[in-house]
Design a binder for this molecule. Structure first.
Ligand SMILES: [Fe+2]
Ligand SMILES: [Fe+2]
Length: 333
């Protein structure tokens, strides 16, 4: 990455870079995948490290609001599904850290950025889960929004990220289905259960819409990441797709959305929505959401509590390597 900075002082090297850059863009335009050992512009690498690591951190922190309810699931069936889902999210985090590592950054460095509070993760996980219906609302809405974001990432220009997304999306669709089925069960239950489902929708709807990020007019990275085919759709386009898919599902449940301006536009075929409170989004992203401190504190504690496991695993791997090497020496003699 240093070479490119130095090249600005060297006209010949700069000319070589622009040839490489043109060739790189031509490959992207031809829908070829970029692989770890291929030449890539420093900014492309930086953008991907930021995006993939933020994605990984979101999966890992995202285990907390739901993990909180595993011991309180109302039946064995619900507990098994929730346990599997939370475990999947941990797996997604691991895939994604591995994908980020192919870009030359270490997992230790990324985890350090998370626990030190330097790295960002999805703002949605800084909201609390107050009752069991929240588990349904998260699966239905949060995983539903994640799918909208992640399906186009299966075609991302960076090979390792695109391939990780294919498997992740299959699991996300199970998460969405279990959440919706939970909501359906509550909505067909007692009036109290239906009221719980409505309350959960009321609290999770707006934060779910914020998951797609700021409006296109405000988003600084959009243009370049689209040209690099990291992103395929703008934030507003993805948000609209999500709203169009989700509103009829909510109506099927017999629930109402906490947006008085929500209306179907016959002319465009889209659901129009009211103004999103971007000041709330900015506050939560900046660290002042309802649970930011709690989430980071829990992650720090887990890191510290697990330190001995990592050390033991490394020591064990080292011992095995040494034994293997000794066995090979004996065999060679
Ligand atoms: Fe996930
Ligand atoms: Fe998920």
């Amino acid at each position: 990455m240093y070479t490119q900075a130095l090249n600005t002082l060297d006209p010949q090297a700069a000319a070589e870079d622009s040839v490489l850059e043109a060739r790189f863009q031509a490959r992207i335009d031809a829908e070829e995948k970029i692989e770890p050992n291929d030449w890539m512009p420093a900014a492309y690498r930086r953008t991907l490290v930021r995006q993939i690591s933020q994605h990984a951190h979101s999966e890992i922190i995202g285990m907390q609001p739901e993990g909180n309810w595993i011991t309180r699931a109302p039946s064995l069936r619900r507990k098994a599904a929730l346990l599997a889902k939370v475990q999947d999210e941990g797996g997604h985090g691991m895939y994604l850290y591995a994908a980020a590592e192919t870009l030359g950054v270490s997992r230790e460095e990324l985890v350090e950025q998370l626990v030190s509070g330097k790295a960002k993760y999805s703002s949605i996980f800084n909201y609390p889960t107050l009752n069991w219906a929240d588990i349904g609302a998260i699966g239905w809405l949060v995983d539903g929004a994640a799918i909208m974001n992640q399906i186009p990432l299966c075609r991302c220009s960076y090979g390792p990220y695109a391939r990780a997304m294919i498997r992740v999306c299959k699991e996300e669709s199970f998460h969405q289905r279990q959440g919706y089925e939970l909501m359906l069960t509550l909505c067909r239950g007692t009036p109290e259960q239906k009221a719980m489902a409505q309350d959960a929708l009321n609290r999770w709807w707006w934060p779910s819409l914020m998951m797609f990020g700021p409006s296109d007019t405000e988003s600084v990275h959009s243009g370049q990441t689209m040209a690099w085919k990291i992103k395929r759709f703008s934030n507003d386009e993805l948000r609209q797709k999500f709203i169009d898919a989700t509103v009829p599902q909510g109506h099927f449940l017999g629930l109402t959305f906490p947006d008085p301006d929500l209306a179907f536009d016959e002319a465009t075929g889209h659901w129009q929505h009211g103004e999103i409170d971007w000041s709330e989004f900015a506050r939560v992203v900046a660290g002042d959401g309802p649970c930011n401190r709690q989430r980071l504190a829990a992650k720090r504690k887990a890191e510290a509590d697990g330190a001995w496991v990592r050390e033991a695993a490394l020591a064990h791997a080292d011992k095995r390597r040494q034994r293997q090497a000794a066995a090979w020496r004996v065999a060679a003699e």
